[in-house]
Ligand binder design. Structure first.
Ligand code: ADP
Length: 433
Protein backbone atom coordinates (compact mmCIF):
# COMPACT_ATOMS: atom_id res chain seq x y z
CA UNK A 1 0.00 0.00 0.00
CA UNK A 2 2.82 2.34 0.99
CA UNK A 3 4.55 1.43 -2.24
CA UNK A 4 1.48 2.44 -4.27
CA UNK A 5 1.24 5.71 -2.45
CA UNK A 6 4.90 6.32 -3.30
CA UNK A 7 4.28 5.63 -6.99
CA UNK A 8 1.28 7.95 -7.10
CA UNK A 9 3.03 10.63 -5.02
CA UNK A 10 5.99 10.52 -7.40
CA UNK A 11 3.69 10.75 -10.43
CA UNK A 12 1.80 13.64 -8.85
CA UNK A 13 5.02 15.51 -8.08
CA UNK A 14 6.28 14.79 -11.59
CA UNK A 15 3.07 16.07 -13.18
CA UNK A 16 3.03 19.19 -10.99
CA UNK A 17 6.67 19.84 -11.82
CA UNK A 18 6.03 19.46 -15.58
CA UNK A 19 2.98 21.75 -15.45
CA UNK A 20 4.83 24.38 -13.42
CA UNK A 21 7.84 24.18 -15.73
CA UNK A 22 5.61 24.72 -18.76
CA UNK A 23 3.94 27.64 -17.01
CA UNK A 24 7.33 29.23 -16.19
CA UNK A 25 8.45 28.86 -19.81
CA UNK A 26 5.21 30.42 -21.11
CA UNK A 27 5.35 33.27 -18.59
CA UNK A 28 9.01 33.94 -19.39
CA UNK A 29 8.15 34.13 -23.09
CA UNK A 30 5.31 36.46 -22.19
CA UNK A 31 7.57 38.72 -20.09
CA UNK A 32 10.37 38.82 -22.66
CA UNK A 33 7.82 39.45 -25.45
CA UNK A 34 6.00 42.20 -23.55
CA UNK A 35 9.19 44.02 -22.56
CA UNK A 36 10.69 43.73 -26.04
CA UNK A 37 7.57 45.08 -27.75
CA UNK A 38 7.14 47.87 -25.19
CA UNK A 39 10.78 48.93 -25.32
CA UNK A 40 10.71 48.87 -29.13
CA UNK A 41 7.64 51.12 -29.16
CA UNK A 42 9.02 53.50 -26.50
CA UNK A 43 12.46 53.65 -28.16
CA UNK A 44 10.94 54.52 -31.54
CA UNK A 45 8.67 57.10 -30.01
CA UNK A 46 11.59 58.72 -28.16
CA UNK A 47 13.66 58.64 -31.32
CA UNK A 48 10.94 60.44 -33.30
CA UNK A 49 10.47 62.95 -30.51
CA UNK A 50 14.21 63.64 -30.38
CA UNK A 51 14.42 64.03 -34.14
CA UNK A 52 11.54 66.54 -34.00
CA UNK A 53 13.27 68.42 -31.16
CA UNK A 54 16.47 68.55 -33.18
CA UNK A 55 14.66 69.96 -36.22
CA UNK A 56 12.93 72.48 -33.97
CA UNK A 57 16.20 73.47 -32.33
CA UNK A 58 17.81 73.90 -35.75
CA UNK A 59 15.02 76.17 -36.89
CA UNK A 60 15.00 78.26 -33.73
CA UNK A 61 18.69 78.63 -32.98
CA UNK A 62 20.78 77.71 -36.01
CA UNK A 63 19.03 79.28 -38.97
CA UNK A 64 21.56 82.02 -39.43
CA UNK A 65 24.39 81.46 -37.00
CA UNK A 66 24.83 79.25 -34.01
CA UNK A 67 23.81 81.68 -31.26
CA UNK A 68 26.55 81.97 -28.71
CA UNK A 69 30.21 82.41 -28.87
CA UNK A 70 32.68 79.62 -29.30
CA UNK A 71 32.83 77.28 -26.31
CA UNK A 72 30.29 79.29 -24.32
CA UNK A 73 27.17 77.94 -22.70
CA UNK A 74 23.92 78.71 -24.45
CA UNK A 75 20.89 78.33 -22.19
CA UNK A 76 18.80 75.36 -23.09
CA UNK A 77 15.39 76.75 -23.78
CA UNK A 78 13.62 73.53 -24.66
CA UNK A 79 12.40 71.45 -21.75
CA UNK A 80 13.08 68.06 -23.35
CA UNK A 81 16.74 68.77 -24.20
CA UNK A 82 19.55 67.85 -21.81
CA UNK A 83 22.54 68.54 -24.05
CA UNK A 84 22.96 70.88 -26.95
CA UNK A 85 26.31 71.00 -28.72
CA UNK A 86 27.45 72.36 -31.99
CA UNK A 87 30.86 71.08 -32.95
CA UNK A 88 33.04 72.13 -35.81
CA UNK A 89 34.44 69.47 -38.08
CA UNK A 90 37.74 69.57 -36.20
CA UNK A 91 35.93 68.92 -32.91
CA UNK A 92 35.97 72.48 -31.57
CA UNK A 93 32.92 73.27 -29.51
CA UNK A 94 31.07 76.22 -31.01
CA UNK A 95 28.00 75.89 -28.79
CA UNK A 96 27.93 73.80 -25.66
CA UNK A 97 25.24 73.45 -23.12
CA UNK A 98 24.17 70.67 -20.82
CA UNK A 99 22.43 70.26 -17.49
CA UNK A 100 25.46 68.76 -15.90
CA UNK A 101 28.81 70.23 -17.06
CA UNK A 102 30.63 67.14 -15.73
CA UNK A 103 29.13 65.22 -18.61
CA UNK A 104 30.68 67.23 -21.40
CA UNK A 105 33.97 65.34 -21.77
CA UNK A 106 32.14 62.00 -21.45
CA UNK A 107 29.59 62.89 -24.11
CA UNK A 108 32.16 64.39 -26.44
CA UNK A 109 34.04 61.13 -26.11
CA UNK A 110 30.97 59.19 -27.19
CA UNK A 111 30.21 61.37 -30.24
CA UNK A 112 33.80 61.69 -31.41
CA UNK A 113 34.15 60.73 -35.07
CA UNK A 114 30.42 60.37 -35.57
CA UNK A 115 29.47 61.97 -38.89
CA UNK A 116 25.74 61.43 -39.42
CA UNK A 117 23.83 61.25 -42.64
CA UNK A 118 20.60 63.16 -42.24
CA UNK A 119 19.47 62.94 -38.66
CA UNK A 120 20.82 59.93 -36.80
CA UNK A 121 20.01 58.81 -33.27
CA UNK A 122 22.31 56.88 -30.96
CA UNK A 123 21.73 55.36 -27.54
CA UNK A 124 24.62 55.94 -25.14
CA UNK A 125 25.14 55.12 -21.54
CA UNK A 126 27.87 56.23 -19.14
CA UNK A 127 28.58 56.88 -15.48
CA UNK A 128 28.86 60.38 -14.09
CA UNK A 129 30.70 61.43 -10.93
CA UNK A 130 29.28 59.22 -8.18
CA UNK A 131 29.14 56.26 -10.57
CA UNK A 132 25.44 56.72 -11.22
CA UNK A 133 24.66 55.34 -14.64
CA UNK A 134 22.84 57.64 -17.04
CA UNK A 135 21.16 56.72 -20.32
CA UNK A 136 20.98 59.14 -23.20
CA UNK A 137 19.53 59.28 -26.65
CA UNK A 138 21.60 61.64 -28.80
CA UNK A 139 20.53 62.91 -32.21
CA UNK A 140 23.16 64.25 -34.58
CA UNK A 141 22.78 66.31 -37.74
CA UNK A 142 25.28 67.85 -40.08
CA UNK A 143 24.61 71.59 -40.41
CA UNK A 144 25.72 74.07 -43.02
CA UNK A 145 24.98 77.55 -41.77
CA UNK A 146 24.50 80.73 -43.72
CA UNK A 147 27.98 81.92 -42.77
CA UNK A 148 29.39 79.03 -44.84
CA UNK A 149 30.72 77.18 -41.77
CA UNK A 150 29.89 73.57 -41.29
CA UNK A 151 29.55 71.51 -38.16
CA UNK A 152 27.43 68.90 -36.40
CA UNK A 153 24.59 69.59 -34.05
CA UNK A 154 24.12 67.14 -31.19
CA UNK A 155 20.92 67.21 -29.21
CA UNK A 156 20.60 64.77 -26.31
CA UNK A 157 17.81 63.55 -24.13
CA UNK A 158 18.13 61.83 -20.78
CA UNK A 159 16.10 58.60 -20.90
CA UNK A 160 17.36 57.21 -17.60
CA UNK A 161 13.83 57.43 -16.12
CA UNK A 162 12.60 55.12 -18.93
CA UNK A 163 15.44 52.73 -18.24
CA UNK A 164 14.57 52.52 -14.55
CA UNK A 165 10.87 52.24 -15.44
CA UNK A 166 11.64 49.16 -17.54
CA UNK A 167 13.75 47.77 -14.73
CA UNK A 168 10.81 48.15 -12.38
CA UNK A 169 8.46 46.62 -14.89
CA UNK A 170 10.78 43.62 -15.25
CA UNK A 171 11.03 43.26 -11.46
CA UNK A 172 7.23 43.44 -11.08
CA UNK A 173 6.67 40.90 -13.88
CA UNK A 174 9.27 38.52 -12.41
CA UNK A 175 7.63 38.92 -8.99
CA UNK A 176 4.27 38.08 -10.55
CA UNK A 177 5.86 35.09 -12.27
CA UNK A 178 7.05 33.78 -8.90
CA UNK A 179 3.61 34.37 -7.41
CA UNK A 180 1.85 32.64 -10.32
CA UNK A 181 4.25 29.70 -10.20
CA UNK A 182 3.61 29.37 -6.46
CA UNK A 183 -0.15 29.43 -7.05
CA UNK A 184 0.21 27.05 -10.01
CA UNK A 185 2.13 24.56 -7.89
CA UNK A 186 -0.54 24.73 -5.18
CA UNK A 187 -3.46 24.42 -7.61
CA UNK A 188 -1.52 21.87 -9.69
CA UNK A 189 -1.19 19.62 -6.64
CA UNK A 190 -4.95 19.74 -6.03
CA UNK A 191 -5.82 19.27 -9.72
CA UNK A 192 -3.44 16.35 -10.26
CA UNK A 193 -4.71 14.75 -7.06
CA UNK A 194 -8.24 15.02 -8.44
CA UNK A 195 -7.30 13.91 -11.94
CA UNK A 196 -5.52 10.87 -10.56
CA UNK A 197 -8.37 9.82 -8.29
CA UNK A 198 -10.06 7.55 -10.89
CA UNK A 199 -6.67 6.09 -11.84
CA UNK A 200 -5.83 5.36 -8.20
CA UNK A 201 -9.31 3.92 -7.73
CA UNK A 202 -9.11 1.61 -10.72
CA UNK A 203 -5.58 0.58 -9.72
CA UNK A 204 -6.94 -0.24 -6.28
CA UNK A 205 -9.77 -2.28 -7.82
CA UNK A 206 -7.32 -4.19 -9.99
CA UNK A 207 -5.19 -4.98 -6.97
CA UNK A 208 -8.18 -6.14 -4.97
CA UNK A 209 -9.33 -8.17 -7.95
CA UNK A 210 -5.95 -9.84 -8.26
CA UNK A 211 -5.75 -10.51 -4.50
CA UNK A 212 -9.31 -11.93 -4.41
CA UNK A 213 -8.73 -14.02 -7.53
CA UNK A 214 -5.54 -15.57 -6.19
CA UNK A 215 -7.21 -16.19 -2.86
CA UNK A 216 -10.16 -17.91 -4.55
CA UNK A 217 -7.89 -20.07 -6.67
CA UNK A 218 -5.60 -21.01 -3.80
CA UNK A 219 -8.32 -22.95 -1.94
CA UNK A 220 -9.32 -25.45 -4.67
CA UNK A 221 -5.72 -25.84 -5.78
CA UNK A 222 -4.44 -26.61 -2.27
CA UNK A 223 -7.35 -29.05 -1.79
CA UNK A 224 -6.39 -30.74 -5.06
CA UNK A 225 -2.73 -30.87 -4.06
CA UNK A 226 -3.21 -32.27 -0.57
CA UNK A 227 -5.92 -34.67 -1.84
CA UNK A 228 -3.56 -36.07 -4.47
CA UNK A 229 -0.83 -36.46 -1.85
CA UNK A 230 -2.95 -38.64 0.44
CA UNK A 231 -4.61 -40.65 -2.33
CA UNK A 232 -3.23 -44.10 -2.39
CA UNK A 233 -3.70 -47.13 -4.52
CA UNK A 234 -4.91 -50.22 -2.76
CA UNK A 235 -3.83 -53.72 -3.62
CA UNK A 236 -3.95 -54.61 -7.33
CA UNK A 237 -3.72 -50.95 -8.19
CA UNK A 238 -7.35 -50.47 -7.19
CA UNK A 239 -8.45 -47.25 -5.52
CA UNK A 240 -9.42 -47.66 -1.89
CA UNK A 241 -12.97 -46.56 -1.04
CA UNK A 242 -11.49 -43.52 0.77
CA UNK A 243 -9.54 -42.59 -2.34
CA UNK A 244 -12.60 -43.04 -4.57
CA UNK A 245 -14.58 -40.60 -2.42
CA UNK A 246 -11.62 -38.26 -2.41
CA UNK A 247 -11.40 -38.44 -6.18
CA UNK A 248 -15.02 -37.31 -6.50
CA UNK A 249 -14.29 -34.34 -4.22
CA UNK A 250 -11.15 -33.51 -6.17
CA UNK A 251 -13.06 -33.59 -9.44
CA UNK A 252 -15.54 -31.16 -7.92
CA UNK A 253 -12.75 -28.82 -6.80
CA UNK A 254 -11.00 -29.06 -10.18
CA UNK A 255 -14.30 -28.19 -11.87
CA UNK A 256 -14.85 -25.22 -9.62
CA UNK A 257 -11.25 -24.01 -10.16
CA UNK A 258 -11.68 -24.36 -13.93
CA UNK A 259 -14.97 -22.45 -13.81
CA UNK A 260 -13.37 -19.74 -11.73
CA UNK A 261 -10.52 -19.40 -14.23
CA UNK A 262 -13.06 -19.20 -17.09
CA UNK A 263 -15.00 -16.48 -15.28
CA UNK A 264 -11.83 -14.57 -14.47
CA UNK A 265 -10.72 -14.73 -18.06
CA UNK A 266 -14.10 -13.49 -19.22
CA UNK A 267 -13.93 -10.56 -16.77
CA UNK A 268 -10.37 -9.76 -17.84
CA UNK A 269 -11.51 -9.70 -21.47
CA UNK A 270 -14.50 -7.48 -20.67
CA UNK A 271 -12.14 -5.09 -18.83
CA UNK A 272 -9.82 -4.80 -21.79
CA UNK A 273 -12.76 -4.49 -24.19
CA UNK A 274 -11.62 -7.65 -25.96
CA UNK A 275 -14.83 -9.60 -25.33
CA UNK A 276 -17.06 -9.18 -28.38
CA UNK A 277 -20.80 -9.84 -28.48
CA UNK A 278 -22.20 -11.92 -31.31
CA UNK A 279 -25.60 -10.52 -32.12
CA UNK A 280 -28.31 -12.63 -33.70
CA UNK A 281 -32.08 -12.85 -33.58
CA UNK A 282 -33.43 -15.75 -31.56
CA UNK A 283 -36.63 -16.84 -29.85
CA UNK A 284 -36.40 -15.88 -26.20
CA UNK A 285 -38.99 -18.48 -25.17
CA UNK A 286 -36.88 -21.35 -26.57
CA UNK A 287 -33.84 -20.08 -24.70
CA UNK A 288 -35.73 -19.63 -21.39
CA UNK A 289 -37.35 -23.02 -21.72
CA UNK A 290 -34.02 -24.72 -22.47
CA UNK A 291 -32.26 -23.12 -19.46
CA UNK A 292 -35.13 -23.87 -17.06
CA UNK A 293 -35.26 -27.49 -18.24
CA UNK A 294 -31.55 -28.02 -17.81
CA UNK A 295 -31.63 -26.65 -14.24
CA UNK A 296 -34.75 -28.73 -13.48
CA UNK A 297 -32.77 -31.78 -14.53
CA UNK A 298 -30.36 -31.29 -11.66
CA UNK A 299 -32.88 -29.87 -9.16
CA UNK A 300 -35.61 -32.32 -8.19
CA UNK A 301 -39.05 -30.63 -7.97
CA UNK A 302 -39.45 -32.14 -4.50
CA UNK A 303 -36.58 -29.88 -3.44
CA UNK A 304 -37.31 -26.65 -5.32
CA UNK A 305 -40.12 -25.89 -7.68
CA UNK A 306 -38.74 -24.11 -10.75
CA UNK A 307 -41.29 -22.58 -13.14
CA UNK A 308 -41.26 -20.64 -16.36
CA UNK A 309 -44.41 -18.47 -16.34
CA UNK A 310 -44.51 -17.07 -19.86
CA UNK A 311 -44.86 -19.21 -22.97
CA UNK A 312 -44.92 -16.28 -25.37
CA UNK A 313 -42.72 -16.57 -28.42
CA UNK A 314 -40.59 -13.44 -28.65
CA UNK A 315 -37.87 -12.46 -31.10
CA UNK A 316 -34.90 -10.97 -29.34
CA UNK A 317 -31.79 -9.52 -30.95
CA UNK A 318 -28.72 -10.13 -28.79
CA UNK A 319 -25.86 -12.49 -27.97
CA UNK A 320 -27.52 -15.90 -27.50
CA UNK A 321 -24.67 -17.46 -25.51
CA UNK A 322 -24.36 -14.50 -23.16
CA UNK A 323 -28.13 -14.33 -22.60
CA UNK A 324 -28.07 -18.05 -21.77
CA UNK A 325 -25.23 -17.41 -19.31
CA UNK A 326 -27.23 -14.57 -17.73
CA UNK A 327 -30.27 -16.79 -17.14
CA UNK A 328 -28.08 -19.58 -15.74
CA UNK A 329 -26.41 -17.22 -13.27
CA UNK A 330 -29.69 -15.77 -11.98
CA UNK A 331 -31.59 -19.08 -11.86
CA UNK A 332 -28.68 -20.99 -10.28
CA UNK A 333 -28.37 -18.28 -7.60
CA UNK A 334 -32.10 -18.37 -6.97
CA UNK A 335 -32.02 -22.16 -6.56
CA UNK A 336 -28.85 -22.03 -4.50
CA UNK A 337 -30.16 -19.45 -2.02
CA UNK A 338 -33.60 -21.00 -1.62
CA UNK A 339 -34.30 -23.70 0.98
CA UNK A 340 -35.86 -27.01 -0.06
CA UNK A 341 -39.60 -26.62 -0.56
CA UNK A 342 -39.18 -23.10 -1.94
CA UNK A 343 -40.16 -21.72 -5.32
CA UNK A 344 -38.20 -20.11 -8.14
CA UNK A 345 -39.98 -18.41 -11.03
CA UNK A 346 -38.73 -17.07 -14.34
CA UNK A 347 -41.01 -14.71 -16.23
CA UNK A 348 -40.68 -12.23 -19.09
CA UNK A 349 -42.93 -9.70 -20.77
CA UNK A 350 -42.79 -6.55 -22.89
CA UNK A 351 -42.98 -3.14 -21.31
CA UNK A 352 -43.54 0.22 -23.00
CA UNK A 353 -41.42 3.00 -21.60
CA UNK A 354 -41.22 6.47 -23.16
CA UNK A 355 -42.13 5.15 -26.60
CA UNK A 356 -39.52 2.37 -26.43
CA UNK A 357 -40.37 -1.28 -25.98
CA UNK A 358 -38.32 -3.19 -23.46
CA UNK A 359 -38.02 -6.85 -22.68
CA UNK A 360 -38.49 -7.24 -18.95
CA UNK A 361 -37.17 -10.47 -17.37
CA UNK A 362 -37.82 -11.35 -13.73
CA UNK A 363 -36.29 -14.12 -11.61
CA UNK A 364 -38.12 -14.47 -8.32
CA UNK A 365 -37.35 -16.82 -5.45
CA UNK A 366 -38.77 -17.49 -2.01
CA UNK A 367 -35.28 -17.94 -0.59
CA UNK A 368 -33.18 -16.47 2.19
CA UNK A 369 -33.24 -12.92 0.80
CA UNK A 370 -30.72 -10.22 1.63
CA UNK A 371 -30.48 -7.27 4.00
CA UNK A 372 -30.84 -3.92 2.18
CA UNK A 373 -27.22 -2.88 2.88
CA UNK A 374 -25.93 -5.73 0.66
CA UNK A 375 -28.07 -4.94 -2.38
CA UNK A 376 -25.71 -2.23 -3.72
CA UNK A 377 -22.64 -4.43 -3.41
CA UNK A 378 -23.73 -7.84 -4.70
CA UNK A 379 -22.86 -6.89 -8.31
CA UNK A 380 -19.26 -6.21 -7.26
CA UNK A 381 -16.65 -8.85 -8.04
CA UNK A 382 -16.11 -11.39 -5.27
CA UNK A 383 -18.75 -9.82 -3.04
CA UNK A 384 -20.65 -12.43 -1.08
CA UNK A 385 -23.16 -11.83 1.68
CA UNK A 386 -22.18 -15.02 3.47
CA UNK A 387 -18.76 -16.18 2.30
CA UNK A 388 -18.93 -19.60 3.94
CA UNK A 389 -22.36 -20.48 2.66
CA UNK A 390 -21.54 -19.27 -0.84
CA UNK A 391 -18.22 -21.18 -0.93
CA UNK A 392 -19.86 -24.41 0.30
CA UNK A 393 -22.27 -24.28 -2.62
CA UNK A 394 -19.47 -23.54 -5.08
CA UNK A 395 -20.03 -19.76 -5.30
CA UNK A 396 -17.15 -17.39 -5.97
CA UNK A 397 -18.91 -14.02 -5.96
CA UNK A 398 -18.31 -13.40 -9.64
CA UNK A 399 -21.65 -14.52 -11.11
CA UNK A 400 -23.58 -11.30 -10.60
CA UNK A 401 -20.62 -9.18 -11.79
CA UNK A 402 -20.74 -11.12 -15.07
CA UNK A 403 -24.55 -10.84 -15.17
CA UNK A 404 -24.32 -7.08 -14.80
CA UNK A 405 -21.73 -6.87 -17.58
CA UNK A 406 -23.94 -8.94 -19.94
CA UNK A 407 -26.97 -6.73 -19.24
CA UNK A 408 -25.02 -3.50 -19.68
CA UNK A 409 -23.35 -4.78 -22.83
CA UNK A 410 -26.90 -5.13 -24.22
CA UNK A 411 -27.63 -1.53 -23.09
CA UNK A 412 -29.92 -2.77 -20.34
CA UNK A 413 -30.38 -2.39 -16.59
CA UNK A 414 -30.50 -4.88 -13.75
CA UNK A 415 -32.24 -4.28 -10.42
CA UNK A 416 -32.78 -6.31 -7.30
CA UNK A 417 -35.41 -6.25 -4.57
CA UNK A 418 -35.05 -8.50 -1.58
CA UNK A 419 -36.49 -9.14 1.85
CA UNK A 420 -34.57 -11.33 4.31
CA UNK A 421 -36.42 -14.59 4.95
CA UNK A 422 -38.99 -13.84 2.22
CA UNK A 423 -37.06 -13.92 -1.03
CA UNK A 424 -35.50 -11.90 -3.84
CA UNK A 425 -36.50 -10.65 -7.28
CA UNK A 426 -33.96 -9.75 -9.94
CA UNK A 427 -35.42 -7.65 -12.78
CA UNK A 428 -33.69 -7.02 -16.08
CA UNK A 429 -34.73 -4.43 -18.65
CA UNK A 430 -33.36 -4.89 -22.16
CA UNK A 431 -34.13 -2.63 -25.10
CA UNK A 432 -35.68 -4.38 -28.11
CA UNK A 433 -33.64 -3.27 -31.08
P1 ADP B 1 -21.91 -16.43 -5.84
O1 ADP B 1 -21.07 -17.23 -6.75
O2 ADP B 1 -21.34 -16.32 -4.46
O3 ADP B 1 -23.34 -16.80 -5.86
P2 ADP B 1 -22.81 -14.04 -7.13
O4 ADP B 1 -22.01 -12.90 -7.69
O5 ADP B 1 -23.65 -14.77 -8.07
O6 ADP B 1 -21.76 -14.94 -6.40
O7 ADP B 1 -23.67 -13.46 -5.97
C1 ADP B 1 -23.12 -12.61 -5.03
C2 ADP B 1 -23.79 -12.77 -3.68
O8 ADP B 1 -25.12 -12.25 -3.77
C3 ADP B 1 -23.93 -14.18 -3.26
O9 ADP B 1 -22.80 -14.63 -2.57
C4 ADP B 1 -25.15 -14.13 -2.34
O10 ADP B 1 -24.73 -13.73 -1.05
C5 ADP B 1 -25.98 -13.00 -2.93
N1 ADP B 1 -27.10 -13.52 -3.77
C6 ADP B 1 -27.13 -13.64 -5.10
N2 ADP B 1 -28.32 -14.10 -5.52
C7 ADP B 1 -29.07 -14.27 -4.42
C8 ADP B 1 -30.42 -14.71 -4.19
N3 ADP B 1 -31.22 -15.08 -5.20
N4 ADP B 1 -30.85 -14.77 -2.93
C9 ADP B 1 -30.06 -14.40 -1.90
N5 ADP B 1 -28.79 -13.97 -2.04
C10 ADP B 1 -28.30 -13.90 -3.29
Amino acid sequence: MKNNQDIFRKTRVHLTFMNSFMLIVFLLFFIVGTISVLSYIVYNEQKLELKALTEQELEESYVVEPQGKSGENTPINNQGIYINYFLKKNGDVVVGDEFNPEMRSLILDKVKGWSPEGIQVKYVTFSVGNQQEVHFLIAAKHVLNSGGGTGTLYIGKDVSYLWSMFQWLLAVLLGMLLLFVGIAIGIGQIMTRRAMKPIVHSYQLQREFLADASHELRTPISILKSGLEVMDMGENNQLSSFSSDLLVDLQKEAKSAAKLVDDLMLLARTDSGAQPLFYETFDFYSLAEQVVRSIQNVTPPSQIQLNLLSDRSLHFYGDLERMKQLLYILLNNAVQYTQPGGKVTLDYFLEEESQATKLCITVTDTGIGMEPEHLESIFRRFYRVDKNRSRESGGTGIGLAIAKWIVEAHQGDIEVESTPGVGSTFTIYLPLT
